[in-house]
Design a protein around this ligand. Sequence first.
Ligand code: ADP
Ligand code: DP6
Length: 329
Amino acid sequence: MYSGKARAYTNIALIKYWGKENQELIIPMNNSLSLTLDAFYTETNVTFSEDTSEDLFYLDNQLQDSKATLKVSRFLDLVRAKAGSSLHAVVKSQNFVPTAAGLASSASGLAALAGAASAALNLQLSSEELSRLARRGSGSACRSIYGGFAEWQKGDSDETSYAVNIPSDSFEDELSMIFVVVNDAQKDISSRDGMQRTVETSAFYDGWLQTVPQDLAKARKAITDKDFTALGEVTEASALKMHGTTLAATPPFTYWSAESMKAMNLIRQIRTSGLPCYFTMDAGPNVKILVERKNEEALLNALKDQFDPQQLVVAHAGPAIEVLSEEEA
Ligand code: ADP
Ligand code: DP6
């Protein structure tokens, strides 16, 4: 019996990943840059043994259906192939993050699965190799291997597409991200389907791709210079451009709801009134706000006029993936 356990934290992209060059290998169209957060995470335990004749996947203590299990099994096949093993596994995962609600459960979920499964079979992967493996489960997961800021370097092959940590002299510790949870139900269009539809049909997709290199350069410089305003501006611009592509897809779609608009308008108003803060959004209606930690309380107070305190979750920079145990029993 071979077991491994890992805890991985979600990350939110400041410069978004949106579109794949290779669907099977999950090679993206563009580099992306993220901040790993402490508030949302996944803990996963994987046990390979001869006692089970099929893979079983429990998420939040519930045995998952064949569709969800197949996704996990396909991922475990990659780990089994690397280890030369044919054992099946029982996977038990707890999401301390709402699943499939645009709060990045796929990032923490697949990173934790990669960490736990590779530890169970004693693969002894470097961070770069673990990032490559996690990428095969979900693109954004490759960034959750690292704490703080990470950049996913798109590369052009399985070997060359992985994330690296961005040195920041602890700038991330000066930041907070406040989640405005307007809806934590599962979304209709997954990030995977949404980005594919956009790449294939959106008239705006080329425009998106063209400006990513300059946005990345701005974000990297802002991190080096510890320039909050520059980082906030480029974060908000990247999210708006990404979401703009969905409106020109066929059929068109949006992840925004009326509540998302309300949050974004409020953030603009608060900013105009002198408190620097910037929003980003992913494949769901929830809004995430980047703010300096010293202004966190003031922002929370301003938001509390319009949103229930229970809808507001404060996150700070989170740590790298933690592999909690590795044993052969
Ligand atoms: P999100 O916005 O939460 O990342 P996605 O639609 O991108 O939503 O991804 C959700 C999918 O990620 C789930 O349907 C499931 O396939 C996968 N996932 C989420 N949590 C886990 C987990 N703990 N273990 C394995 N897979 C997970
Ligand atoms: C909008 O990583 O969930 O959150 O690679 O198909 O699993 P797959 O997609 P996923 O997409 C994340 C998209 C995003 C932006 C980002 O995190 O960079």
